[in-house]
Design a protein around this ligand. Sequence first.
Ligand code: GLC
Length: 693
Amino acid sequence: MIRRYDFGTPFPTDSTVLTLTPEAAPVPHFTTRQEGTAVSFSLPLSEEDMIFGLGESVRGINKRGHLYRAWNSDDFSHTENKASLYASHNLVLFFGPEKCFGVYVDDPGEVIFDLGYTHRREAVITSTGGDVSLYLIEGESMIDLCRQFRQLTGRSYMPPKWALGYIQSRWGYATEEELRTIVSEHRSRHIPLDGVSMDIDYMQDFKDFTWNQDNFPDLPGLARALREEHIRLVPIIDAGVKQEEGYDICDEGVQQDFFCKKEDGSLFVGAVWPGRSYFPDFLRPDVRQWFGSRYHRLMDAGIEGFWNDMNEPALFYSEESLQEAYAMADRHRGGNLGIDETFALKDAFVNIANSPADYRRFYHELDGRRVRHDRVHNLYGMNMTRAAAEGFRAYDPDKRFLLFSRSSYVGAHRYGGVWQGDNSSWWSHLLMNLKMMPSLNMCGFLYCGADLGGFSCNTTEDLLLRWLQLGVFTPLMRNHTAQHTRNQEIYRFDNWEQMRDVLTVRYALLPYLYSELMQAVLTDGMLFRPLAFDYPADATACRTEDQVMLGRDCMIAPVYEQNATGRHVYLPEEMLLVRFRSATDFDLVPVPAGHCWINLQLNEFPLFIRKGHVVPLSAGGEYVESVDWKRFALLGWLEDDVDVVTDLYDDDGQSTAVTLKEHLTPIRVAVSEGRAAAEAEGLTLDVTPLLID
Ligand code: GLC
């Protein structure tokens, strides 16, 4: 059951799809306090209580013990102390001996989640502005709460099937020739590949919806040619529009009054990659309609997928903040600076990026009402994603396009996926990638993934290999890195064959992964779940954070430590270990419940299948369209005389109007006297790898 409680004048965020009538306070379970404009909700915690949710944020899956701040931030340093990353996913779930409820805090301004940080035995959620709709969700389990939350906030985005293929990316690809080389280097070595991302350098002077005509003299021709090789190009679009007379997007926005303005009515100017830029007021439907329609230019050139970036929005500086920093520098010019002055001078320039003052300098307009940006800050990225998705729908309502964004808010999960932003080539970020997946799924973001190999810093061949082994399971599987880092394409490394072999597992598992992802989309479920959600009565499982459940049948436990040749795994029940080296080279090892050590050489990684479940493994392919979706081996550990029934979802991979019913194929495995026989209409199934007890 979900109940809504309103405080102040909540801003209509469109994050929910159900309209609930607000109830009269008090909010059950919580003590509500008003202090100035702020309203806070506190609740005592018992020693055992666990806290889940908050989607894209640092630290553990159990969020208890840290302080988080909903404030979408362009921050490339994802260290443990960070309270905010690029997104605000204000869903918090409380789970303990006497707790099974959650709250969704629908406030697009700053919200502080003090989850046992100030006092270990207390959680306090504070809306700084005090205009908030609080949704209290009560149910029978964590999975139930997440399902109800999705019913409140809408069905998750459905990617096209090809978007589950491997995508190669780097900040710096600048020419047609470079892209063609990347494709041919993959294809000639039989490294699977479905897409190549185009970062800002494809543009003309970093201008949205343009491409550099010298470097891409015939973009439609290139897109067509690569499409014949089953490769899609995936260009980036940034939020800021370059301020330049004669640039049509800028001119149109100025003429039609589509950009955010300051209090005095003049246009707000902030700098991003193109230098001084304007910021579309994405909160307005007419602006979304305009911006969304501009993607059509690239779609006409054959593009079927995009990533939206810098949409917190990121601001390197504003005219005002830059002037203030110069003034400060002038005041100190020629002086003999003491420690305080030295730091103040340095900070004057460092802190001009994404400054709170700048976020107070501009406004949005809604129905004739002006709203200062900081009050609705966290909605900006979501509405850029929405603009794009609505533009795609206008272009072709029957087709799915790839879309993922850096910044988001609850509700954006209906329009696109997310990637986890500018991580680093650190082992700890591989682990963070894993931990973030279930949290993102709780909040509805099912199509997600991190920059495999790491964005900042130089990766190493073992780190990339291990990271790809996790990436095998994440719906977005993209290798991306920053400008000036070491080359990170698979084929640059001595162990590229091992990396290629890892990718063969991804493609062999695609029918399973796609089926589980789509079933999660269509049933408001989750692809990744903490062990606590599936084994709530198992205290050890509840505290296990470096393993996560995948789909209905599996658990994953990637290696995330340098030079490790194995890892400890906790099994809440008997499972079949599939120790993969490639799609055709793996061991099947039945493992009893409990603690165990699993040997995993650098080129080996595990998938655990619950006993009594089966997972289809296809022959794979070098691109999604080449995978045979009708012929599989079944992997599993079954009990004699116990039949297994499961189902596999499949569709054409691109239609938007799909239902579960019409696309599920039941698979029946009959087991008797140590032998298995499987049948499913239209599928050819090989049961020889099945282990039978
Ligand atoms: C941002 C993005 C990153 C991209 C870079 C250049 O930092 O997060 O992925 O490569 O901008 O566009």
